[in-house]
Design a protein around this ligand. Sequence first.
Ligand SMILES: [Zn+2]
Length: 236
Amino acid sequence: QKLEVIQVCLSKSTREVERELASRNPQIARLESVKPVSADSFELRVTISEDLEANIRKLKGLLAHSQPGMTTEDLLATLVEIGLEKLDPVRKAKRANSRAQRKDAKKEVQRHQGAAKHKSSAEPVVTADSFRAHETELAQFCGRNVDSPSETRYVPAQKRHEVWRGNKTAGCEFVSEQGERCGSHYALQLDHVVPYSKGGSHDASNLRVLCAKHNRYAWRHHSTIRESFVGYQASA
Ligand SMILES: [Zn+2]
């Protein structure tokens, strides 16, 4: 059997070999562990489905607007923080308390503006602020505020949704001169094919989804990219 495994592996890439070995021994792949690797860090090992892996990549792409180059650890930390803000009864109680105290606290801050800077993170005012920061992150998770603030902010929601629905999960719609479609999910934004400032409309036919790289590219080479996009539409 050993020989057979080796023969199978010889013709495959490293990733395919890893999959092949895992499929021969699925229970090993399903083990989950957390073990300390230094005084203050742990190694977390989990096995995830193909779908979850794809969704994690997608979510990193969405969050790349505010946190470019996010690691899986960063993503996990953000998700855990959002989850705790939503579900932890202790934090909920603190927030309720902070709402009641906010008025008083504001007055207090105004009265002692200098001293306010030295307040510890346990103070209710700070807790409320950090919660608002996470509300913003949450909004980004839900797909709000992910469009370029310069032009697409004023595209009516209905039109925006139409474009995103049309894109399905295809990612960046940029097509190279060689006819290759980009497909990246990194920091996707809506872009006007004909700029709004030059009379382009908010119609779905004048909007497309571009990744961060091709958004910058579009700004530099607007006429070139426009031709590529028309080409893509014709071939699709
Ligand atoms: Zn792209």
